[in-house]
Design a protein around this ligand. Structure first.
Ligand code: NAI
Length: 259
């Protein structure tokens, strides 16, 4: 049967770097890639968090290493990406996942500081990761970039303007780099998760989550981080070689629903 297809659906032996991988969707993504046989660079601003995730994956037979990485720190980004490529003998896949919540009104005294941090972590950090990884992706036989945005890039919630602006920026960055890097066979895609049960949404009481999900999503529930991680994996398969520049909501039907 294997003669009937030319393209592989395996990431075995490929190396992926995941940012913000100590929690939520980043952790689920790291685990899914490890389960599929990839070498996983588990990176997070929390050194301890990254180490716990990587150690657990190694204990379960995965190939993983941990790095402390603040994606808002340009030197950190370059140093860690170079070290990941050195340790694993290359780098094939970048998953730009790290994110923070930036909830506050436009006239708040701390707005500028929140804006700067939100843009630095969720938008500037993504382009810096991509630029640092580019020399290695250019040598890869399966170069893939997945940027995590949000349904807040497609619609918006009050009091989240730095977040929405950063995430909308990610969709633009994705499309532009998909066009720029396409001739080199490097694919760049974006996922917009809807409401997902992670560290970021942990403070929302379960009752409130259930009401929101019933009112807003087609599937009437919050998503699990692994449900997003599997879409990320799909975009990174060797077989996903003709898919680039897309922005995919993984949102339980939130964006499709009017009433
Ligand atoms: P989470 O809070 O569970 O995980 C985020 C991780 O990013 C944490 O481990 C945190 O330490 C790390 N992080 C924060 N700042 C960092 C920095 N400067 N450098 C490196 N790592 C950093 O949150 P979640 O939900 O898993 O978030 C993952 C991505 O998904 C984020 O980009 C978020 O904006 C996005 N997202 C989340 C949604 C949700 O409902 N949970 C919905 C839509 C998008």
């Amino acid at each position: 049967m294997s003669d009937f297809k030319q393209l592989s659906r395996s990431v075995k032996g490929l190396t992926v770097i995941v940012t913000g991988a100590a929690s939520g969707m980043g952790r689920a993504t790291a685990r899914v890639f490890a389960a599929e046989g990839a070498n996983v660079a588990v990176t997070d601003v929390s050194e301890e968090g990254a180490k716990i995730v990587a150690d657990d994956m190694v204990a379960h037979g995965g190939s993983a290493k941990a790095w402390r990485l603040d994606v808002a720190d340009a030197d950190d980004v370059k140093r860690v990406v170079d070290d990941v490529a050195k340790q694993f003998g290359g780098l094939d896949i970048v998953v730009n996942n790290a994110g923070i919540s930036t909830r506050l009104p436009i006239d708040d005294g701390g707005y500028d500081a929140m804006w700067d941090r939100g843009i630095a972590v969720m938008l500037t950090g993504q382009q810096r990761m991509i630029r640092a990884a580019l020399p290695y992706l250019r040598k890869s036989k399966c170069p893939r970039i997945v940027n995590i945005a949000s349904t807040e890039a497609l619609g918006a919630t009050a009091l989240h303007s730095p977040y929405s602006a950063a995430k909308a920026g990610v969709t633009g960055l994705t499309r532009s780099l998909a066009v720029e890097l396409g001739r080199e066979g490097i694919t760049v895609n974006c996922i917009c998760p809807g409401p997902i049960t992670t560290g970021m949404t942990a403070r929302i009481p379960d009752e409130q989550k259930a009401i929101y999900a019933k009112r807003r999503t087609a599937l009437n529930r919050y998503g699990d981080p692994e449900e997003v991680a599997h879409m990320t994996l799909s975009l990174c398969l060797p077989a996903a070689s003709f898919l680039t520049g897309v922005v995919i909501p993984v949102d339980g039907g939130l964006m499709a629903r009017n009433a």
